[in-house]
Design a protein around this ligand. Structure first.
Ligand SMILES: [Zn+2]
Ligand SMILES: [Zn+2]
Ligand SMILES: [Zn+2]
Length: 302
């Protein structure tokens, strides 16, 4: 029997599509609500992990909101692990409280926060970044990320989908291949195994592949791409084929056989998504069918 305090802590540090909410220049109902009342603001999708046993903290995706998300992760770490010694990062002044960053893919909301680790930012020393060979090639071949690697602010650790890339007491992390445009890099999600529960985290995808569908009944919690509620959200000048995602309505139909065994939640909401209004009929409908809509800063143990 694992003690409650030994279970890993997971925190959703952001739950919006890459551009966050409100989106720049937008005055749609969701963005206007967030501009008027910042409790409706959402950061770009990111997940923090704290292992009480090792005291280590990890991050999945370095978003444009990295700075705020690091402050939040530190607050959570202090709240839950205040007796732990914090891992030193860099010399003296800087302590991100992070032992590594896992990257899903090369779209704006998922990696550009790495720039905060460079010389204009906290000038991190040798922060491990876990990424696929294709993602590593993209970062190593393009400035300013190329310099982050050359100056050893970050140290790439190549990961292979299907093979565990981090194993420590009470925590294992395994990348899972995801089909998602593959414009600049390929894309992965992550399977996290704590001492008590398993979580599948796939914030961005084009389609629910067989690999993902086969994993869902084997995990306790699945947090999946909920970018769009339906296909009617994009304005006329944007093409749904250019930004394919399984809509929440389609995913609910496909995932209903699994929803009793596994708690399935959606994240990575686009600013157009009606479920962002908790009182909307779409939000109530999703919840009435037993699915969840991830709130900002949702924290639970694995
Ligand atoms: Zn994204
Ligand atoms: Zn908007
Ligand atoms: Zn993406």
């Amino acid at each position: 029997m694992v003690k409650e305090n030994d279970k890993c802590i997971v925190i959703l540090l952001g739950t919006a599509q890459d551009a966050g909410i409100p989106q720049v220049g937008c005055s749609c109902a969701n963005c206007s609500r967030a501009i008027m009342d910042n409790k409706y603001n959402r950061c770009a999708a990111s997940l923090g992990i704290l292992n009480p046993h090792s005291g280590n903290g990890y991050l999945i995706d370095a978003t444009p909101d990295f700075k705020e998300q690091m402050i939040l992760l530190k607050e959570i770490k202090h709240k839950y692990l205040s007796t732990s010694t914090r891992p030193p990062i860099g010399r003296g002044r800087y302590d991100l409280g992070l032992k590594g960053i896992f990257l899903t893919h090369a779209h704006m909301g998922h990696y550009t926060g790495l720039l905060q680790l460079g010389k204009e930012g906290c000038s991190a020393e040798s922060m491990p970044i876990y990424l696929t060979r294709s993602m590593k090639k993209f970062l190593a071949g393009n400035q300013p990320f190329k310099d982050l690697i050359r100056s050893h602010h970050v140290i790439p650790q190549t990961i292979t989908p299907g093979k565990p890339c981090l194993t420590e007491k009470n925590l294992a992390i395994t990348p899972i291949m995801v089909q998602h445009r593959h414009e600049y890099s390929d894309c992965v999600g992550f399977l996290l195994a704590g001492p008590n529960k398993r979580l599948l985290y796939v914030p961005d995808m084009d389609v629910l592949t067989r690999t993902i569908l086969d994993l869902i009944p084997k995990v306790d919690i699945a947090i999946l791409d909920g970018t769009f509620y339906s296909g009617e959200e994009l304005p006329p000048h944007r093409n749904f084929e250019d930004t394919p995602h399984p809509t929440i309505l389609k995913s609910i139909r496909e995932l209903s056989p699994y929803s009793k065994r596994t708690r399935i939640h959606f994240t990575h909401f686009n600013h157009t998504n009606p479920v962002l209004d908790p009182d909307s009929d779409p939000a109530k409908y999703v919840k009435s069918l037993g699915f969840g809509l991830v709130p900002e800063r949702w924290t639970f143990r694995l």
